[in-house]
Design a protein around this ligand. Structure first.
Ligand SMILES: *Cc1c(COP(=O)(O)O)cnc(C)c1O
Length: 424
């Protein structure tokens, strides 16, 4: 394949944009692909190369790229206006749809991104409790600002090599994921905790499932210590079920964060939960939070149609996503085993990741034992065979409803080639 146009564009881009990218996870060596078009399960770059997409905008495109029903609803909405900065009927409709799927979200405030949603949640629990410190788990990613960029997963897990410190001072306490004793000790020792924020299924260090009973114990402890529990379901919301991880584990968090899939390709986020916490927000309470673009009719229309589609497809959607993911994961696991490559594969519903380590990956530390050089080789080989996965070990790989059986078969072949290269 030829990547000349991407190379040339990157040369210009890096003179204008730090590192040539508007989000660090998009960069890879020697230069990232510049994508021109997407449809269903495919991406096309500026040089005309076609890829089967398993990044799916870090999981956002559950239904696939440019899903027809969403696109036509948005095009229709554009004719009626793109931004009013007043309340709209659309926001009421969307909030009802969110609440039907996530009954724990008694009140909902819409924002524009996942980052903005977690930021709002953290500000909110600080106001609610009058405490100042947040607890988070190592490897969980909650966006890019001070309080949550410590012990973070996703692209942050790659940035240790930079000279300038990437740990800007903050008050956040970091505990290990899947370690309930450490959490309990932390809660015992500290009296100034405003809340605990967690990805119920860790999807930003590859995929790491919660240990049996871990989430239940987290819920019980936070309850006993009277600490608001925030489930960041930006990835898991609408992916592991239409009601997210809280539905499959039967747990009720105090606050829930949604993003990514909520808009299936349009910028939107949401924070919702207990009435008494959400009512601290202005104009009801004195926790101020505001946004010009929040609840804009374009993103809200996209979200309404995403949820309606997800709810309509329901059984068909999740059974197909999970079936294809199981098929792919089983095949990759078999190929790697046959080749005697030391590896782990973690898989939850329609997301997975392979790690080149002999140690089971259950938290940040064990994830970091993976041989990232092998992962880089895997990534390069896959994309030269027309399969695009997130360019980092510390991300999850996502199946979408647009993937076909043929896509999965081609991808298995591409993994087979790539793993043979790793072996040699
Ligand atoms: C992507 C992500 C975010 C941040 O969302 P943005 O829309 O990128 O700001 C927050 N939490 C989790 C779990 C995420 O995966």
């Amino acid at each position: 394949m030829i990547y000349k146009k991407s190379e040339d564009l990157f040369d210009t881009a890096k003179k204008l944009i730090p590192g040539g990218v508007n989000s660090p996870v998009r960069y890879f060596e020697p230069y990232p692909l510049f994508i021109k078009k997407s449809q269903n399960s495919y991406l096309w770059d500026e040089d005309g190369n076609k890829y089967i997409d398993f990044c799916n905008c870090y999981g956002a495109m559950l239904l696939g790229h440019s899903y027809k029903k969403i696109m036509s609803a948005v095009v229709n909405q554009i004719k009626h206006g793109t931004l009013f900065c007043t309340p709209t009927k659309l926001e009421v409709t969307l909030s009802q749809l969110i609440q039907t799927n996530f009954p724990s979200m008694k009140k909902i405030r819409l924002v524009n991104t996942g980052t903005e949603a977690t930021m709002t949640a953290i500000r909110l629990v600080k106001g609610y409790t009058s405490n100042k410190r947040i607890i988070k788990c190592e490897g969980c990613y909650h966006g890019s600002y001070d309080e949550v960029l410590t012990g973070s997963g996703s692209g942050f897990a790659n940035t240790h090599k930079h000279k300038r410190s990437n740990n800007i001072k903050n008050d956040t306490i970091v505990v290990q994921y899947n370690n309930i004793d450490e959490l309990e000790n932390t809660l015992k020792k500290n009296t100034d905790i405003a809340g605990l924020i967690i990805e119920p299924i860790l999807a930003n260090m590859g995929v790491i499932p919660p240990a049996k009973k871990y989430l239940k114990q987290v819920r019980k402890l936070t309850h006993d210590y009277n600490i608001p529990l925030i489930f960041d379901e930006v990835v898991t919301g609408f992916r592991v079920s239409e009601g997210g991880a809280q539905k499959i584990f039967g747990l009720v968090p105090d606050l829930t964060i949604l993003g990514k899939i909520l808009g299936n390709g349009f910028a939107i986020g949401a924070v919702g939960g207990k009435n008494e916490i959400l009512e601290c927000l202005s104009p009801l309470g004195n926790v101020y939070q505001a946004s010009t673009f929040a609840g804009n009719p374009i993103s809200v229309t996209a979200a309404i149609n995403s949820i309606k589609t997800i709810n309509k497809l329901k059984h068909k959607l999740y059974s197909r996503l999970n079936k294809y993911c199981t098929k792919l994961v089983t095949a990759i696991d078999d190929i790697a085993t046959d080749l005697n490559i030391q590896h782990q594969i973690n898989n939850v519903s329609s997301m997975y990741q392979i790690f080149f380590t002999k140690i089971p990956v259950t938290n940040y530390q064990t994830c970091k034992t993976s041989d990232v050089k092998k992962f880089k080789k895997l990534f390069v080989s896959l994309f030269s065979n027309g399969v695009f996965i997130p360019p980092s070990q510390f991300e999850s790989i996502f199946i979408s409803y647009a993937h076909t059986n043929n896509d999965i078969n081609k991808t298995i072949d591409a993994y087979s080639n790539a793993l043979k290269i790793i072996k040699n």
